[in-house]
Design a protein around this ligand. Structure first.
Ligand code: TA6
Length: 280
């Protein structure tokens, strides 16, 4: 598309990858067409909300580390643990920007991904709230198993001093300890944490160090994934500096695992999430 509204510009990001930059009275943001990957969202009057690794790769074939990776059409290695690449192909493929509009400083972008047997449409709303609406459509002749997640890296003061409110009583798969458990109270972080909660409710990240809470609401998402690699795992990750693990927490609006959706030919599924920052 050629014409862009006020406050929306094409540009070149890291690794000479094409980006769409947003700068309006409501917010600043950067979206890489590679993976339809939002790497920055800063609402007016706030500090940046997303964490982006200073050591991220920006090259075809490698996922951008941080921001909002789109995990699609599977999560991790798929429901049976046998699929590659990790977290699916959408975050490793260039999407097309098909429409951009602006009204009163709020920007709406529509990006599309066309694969052989399926397509995805992402509507991003950028203002003092960030909204994402992902619709996946099966164009094949058979059923399509679908997993999806917004694998969002939220910037926090210190992961050891934040908590996630809203999952009390939810059962979860603990991928560190193995097995399942039931959440007691708020989620706190004392070591590597990798959990898939069965919960369709919104949550909030409470960050006293930054004097803010990040409200996460969601639609058509039966799971919330919570992850921080902590110190040891981070040492084995080339695209996260060893000392950076306290600076983020992933809280992921998701539909994953064996309960993943199955789309009949021609069928679509939409999952949505939105983020808002409030002072504590
Ligand atoms: O969402 C949590 C998780 O599945 C973890 O198990 C860890 O693998 C993380 O995603 C990061 O995955 P990535 O492929 O982006 O390094």
């Amino acid at each position: 598309m050629s014409e862009l509204p006020d406050g929306v510009k094409f540009g070149t990001g890291e690794g000479d990858l094409p980006v769409v930059d947003i700068d309006t009275t409501r917010a600043r943001a950067r979206i890489y067409l590679y993976g339809a990957h939002i790497t920055e969202w800063t609402p007016a009057g706030s500090e940046p909300v997303l964490w982006l690794s200073p050591a991220s790769f920006f090259a075809e074939g490698s996922p951008i580390r941080g921001g909002i990776p789109i995990c699609l059409p599977w999560f991790s290695k798929g429901p049976n643990g046998d699929l590659e690449p990790m977290h699916g192909v959408a975050r490793l493929t260039e999407w097309d920007l098909v429409e951009a509009s602006e009204a009163d400083g709020n920007v709406t972008l529509h990006l599309q991904l066309r694969m052989e047997d399926w397509s995805a449409s992402l509507i991003i709303g950028i203002g003092t709230t960030l909204t994402l609406e992902l619709t996946t459509t099966n164009h094949g002749d058979g059923r399509m198993m679908l997993e999806e997640a917004f694998h969002t890296y939220f910037r926090v003061s210190d992961v050891a001093n934040v908590r996630v409110n809203g999952l009390d009583g939810a059962s979860y798969l603990d991928k560190v300890a193995g097995g399942t458990a039931v959440q007691q109270g708020d989620v706190i972080f004392t070591d590597r944490t990798d959990r898939v909660y069965e919960s369709d409710s919104g949550v909030a990240i409470i960050d006293p160090g930054r004097g803010r809470r990040i409200e996460i609401s969601k639609q058509n998402s039966p799971h919330t994934v919570v992850w921080n690699p902590w110190s040891e795992t981070t040492k084995a990750m080339a695209d996260i500096p060893d000392e950076s693990w306290p600076a983020f927490v992933c809280v992921e609006t998701a539909s994953v695992g064996a309960f993943a959706a199955a789309l009949a030919p021609g069928e679509s599924r939409t999952m949505a999430t939105s983020y808002r920052v409030d002072p504590l």
